[in-house]
Design a binder for this molecule. Sequence first.
Ligand code: DX5
Ligand code: ZN
Length: 216
Amino acid sequence: MISIAPSILSSDFSKLGEEISILDKSKAEYIHIDVMDGSFVPNITFGAPVVKAIRKYTDKTFDVHLMIDNPGNFIDDFINAGADLITVHYEADRHIDRTIGYIKSKGVKAGIVLNPGTPVSVLKNIIKKLDMVLIMSVNPGFGGQSFIDYSIDKIKEVKELKDKFNPNLLIEIDGGINKENIKEVYEAGVDIAVAGSAVYNGDILKNIEELIERTK
Ligand code: DX5
Ligand code: ZN
């Protein structure tokens, strides 16, 4: 079955605690937390203090997506704030192997994110070390963008690497996921679908249930 990771980027930041409490009652297994620095991506969101503040509202898995330059400098902050899983962009870190090793050494799950234009082949050697690969199906920075079609090919390529080298790997997709395309990404090999606008436009709990339902 597919897991849903609602992206709190689309939630109402003025009542973030309440919004997390709603997700706590939902069928979503993960909470996707988009951290942006205004440098790696053209937008700024929030940092570790906000992650720490919302930690008390749920025990669901905090899936922290770092869209920041030199993520290696901030890993301790996000672990101390309560991250369960941290993904770092391949494009943002010149020492990605070191950063992944560091996250894992702290007992936290680690993954690499690929921008749409970054080929899956860069993962060939490091794949065995990863808990997750996150494929961006939009250019990161904003919610509500359209799914880039060739992402389906990239999911299938990661699935091949998973089957060959790391059967426990989690494959996550992020960007433009909706009720119409979730089945296709699931069938291509996705384990976890991030959804922002598709969760927050309308009834949150119903939307999450429907997204799961559409993959059956
Ligand atoms: C984009 C973020 C996504 C975004 C997804 O940079 O990483 O998590 O919130 O939003 P939707 O589902 O609306 O494309
Ligand atoms: Zn994200």
